[in-house]
Design a protein around this ligand. Structure first.
Ligand code: ISL
Ligand code: CA
Length: 547
């Protein structure tokens, strides 16, 4: 059995601050808005809130471009608000994890402002600068995550700087010990305030190759897994960070890990590594990317989905610890992507929640999943806000691509699917704001909202609350071993959790069709079922937990 830790027993809940609750009618979610919803958060039974970035930022990438790590963006409130939120969560027995975005800063951060001034500025080496190629173009052929080149020319000094994300997100140079000390100092500032840990943005990318080289391939995922991630000194940096900062506090860390494969995951999170506690592995999120990237997706089968979880569980074993999630602020809504958000929305939303809360690993639920919120489909490109989507539309147009097709792809894959506001009730703007929201509301808010879920019997929300209570008082679900009982089945995900002779079975029908009841669960006692009963066949998206 894995060692006991509070962060293995807790349930995480992600808040995207811009879209949770507006409190001052400017149409932007803010910290005071979250404070107004503290009782709701408590009522869910969640333990750990992961708050997206609320630091000062020009918002090129909605706060993932930080211009001052010590200040709260005025649109989100003040430092006092943040302290009040922290206290409010602690009073209710919940913890707060902040987003730590230190692979890159904003180009408006004072470090970068200094760095670009001259080649001998004392901040020059806080970033990666290189002279142009012989033809004056970018020094290397690297591509950025959200389209275009990863090297940007700056005519102040006639050199290029590296940005793996937008050009307003220059990559920090971790080789520089002065930079590292600045980061550690900033981390201590937040930990000393009492925050309970960090979700570390793209932490797998902080160490760059010793020698930059061209990439023999223009597939972004190839670059991520083979060049951008897991650089030669990433473990040295994380061990140093752990020794100098993390180990001094009772906190948890989860590193976002694009490019970390299961074979090397325990190098980051293994017990004796003294680096991180968990990673968010992105293999599943990237699995459907086709040759043209995320906007060129392919179908994936349930078998692939299952084996990914099974293989990761096996690879981490009792040395590492998984984090289990099916969506976040970067990927489509889980019920739209992995379930059926039409006819079987309620059943499939419940099934996916049961999956999250019965797997081995700390579950992380994205806000709105507890009420089965779905993807959104705006008709007008101007209704989209996310820089990745905006760039994609722009590039499609520039290269004479099919805009209708692009729109369809955005409806399926775009990040704004999950960034539209939380749906609280059926009043105008879904109870999110009394002003003009920064992005349109999903028109289905009249049917899908917290208030109507609270009023309904056997709602998704009620199911979620019951599941959480089970998870929290059941050691078998927390620490028990995990075994897939029928890896080849094309519709069912059937697994067993086991601890000290106690067993739990989870039977999930991941399909729009009925399915046979597996013999393994016959005669077992039902703990929780997303249908009223269990007949001779499993219903579409039926989910049953048994003992
Ligand atoms: O969003 C993605 C694909 O559409 C991912 O590839 C994403 O870029 C990757 O998971 C890293 O994400 C994190 O860092 C980005 C930021 O835009 C994301 O919101 C954040 O979660 C840069 O900071
Ligand atoms: Ca506001």
């Amino acid at each position: 059995m894995s060692d006991k830790k509070w962060w293995k027993e807790g349930v995480m809940y992600q808040i995207y601050p811009r879209s949770f609750q507006d409190s001052n009618r400017d149409g932007i979610g803010d910290i005071s808005g979250i404070i107004q919803r503290l009782d709701y958060l408590e009522s869910l039974g969640i333990d750990i809130v992961w708050l997206g970035p609320v630091y000062e930022s020009p918002n090129d990438d909605n706060g993932y471009d930080i211009s001052n790590y010590y200040r709260i963006h005025p649109e989100f409130g003040t430092m006092e608000d943040l302290e009040e939120l922290l206290e409010g969560l602690h009073d209710r027995g919940m913890k707060l994890i902040m987003d730590l975005v230190v692979n890159h800063s904003s180009d408006e951060h004072k470090w970068f402002q200094e760095s670009r001034k001259s080649k001998d500025n004392s901040y020059r080496d806080f970033y990666h600068w290189r002279p142009p190629a012989a033809d004056g173009g970018p020094p290397y052929n690297w591509k950025a995550f959200f389209g275009g080149d990863a090297w940007e020319y700056d005519d102040l000094t006639g050199e290029y700087y590296l940005h793996l994300f937008t050009k307003k997100q220059p990559d920090l140079n971790w080789e520089n010990p002065k930079l590292r000390e600045e980061i550690y100092k900033m981390m201590r500032f937040w930990l000393d305030k009492g925050v309970d840990g960090f979700r570390m943005d793209v932490i797998s990318l902080i160490s760059k190759p010793e020698e930059f080289e061209n990439i023999p391939n223009d597939n972004l995922m190839y670059a991520v897994y083979n060049v951008y991630a897991n650089g030669p000194r990433v473990h040295q940096y994380l061990q140093e960070m752990n020794r100098k900062v993390l180990s001094k506090y009772d906190i948890m860390t989860v590193g976002e890990g694009p490019g970390i494969s299961k074979e090397i995951a325990n190098d980051y999170i293994g017990k004796d590594r003294n680096e991180l506690n968990m990673i968010f592995q992105l293999d599943l999120m990237f699995l459907d990317n086709g040759a043209g990237g995320k906007f060129d997706p392919r179908e994936i089968t349930l078998k692939e989905f299952k084996s990914l979880f099974v293989d990761w569980d096996k690879a981490l074993g009792d040395d590492g610890w998984n984090n289990v999630f099916l969506d976040n602020h970067d990927f489509p809504r889980m019920v739209s992507r992995w379930g059926n958000d039409g006819e079987h929305r309620e059943a499939s939303a419940k099934l996916l929640l049961m999956f999250l809360l019965t797997m081995r690993g700390t579950p992380c639920i994205y806000m709105g999943s507890e009420i089965g919120m779905t993807n959104v489909a705006f008709d007008d490109p101007d209704d989209y806000r996310d820089i990745e989507t905006v760039n994609y539309f722009r590039n499609t147009k520039a290269f004479g691509g099919d805009m209708n097709h692009a729109m369809k792809m955005v409806h399926v894959q775009g990040r704004d699917n999950v960034r539209v506001p939380m749906q609280w009730d059926n009043r105008i703007n879904a109870g999110f704001t009394d002003g003009e929201p920064w992005i349109k509301i999903n028109p289905n808010y009249e049917d899908i909202n917290v208030m109507s879920e609270e009023e309904k019997e056997r709602s998704i929300l009620e199911f979620f609350r019951i599941l959480i209570q089970w998870r929290k008082r059941d050691e078998v679900l927390q620490y028990g071993s995990y075994k897939d009982l029928d890896p080849d089945h094309s519709k069912l995900f059937l697994y067993k959790r086991e601890l000290n002779g106690k067993e739990r079975w989870v039977c999930l029908n991941f399909s729009d069709e009925e399915s046979d009841i597996p013999r393994e669960i016959k005669g077992k006692r039902i703990i929780l079922n997303n249908y009223r009963e269990i007949g001779d066949l499993l219903k579409p998206w039926q989910a049953v937990l048994l003992k």
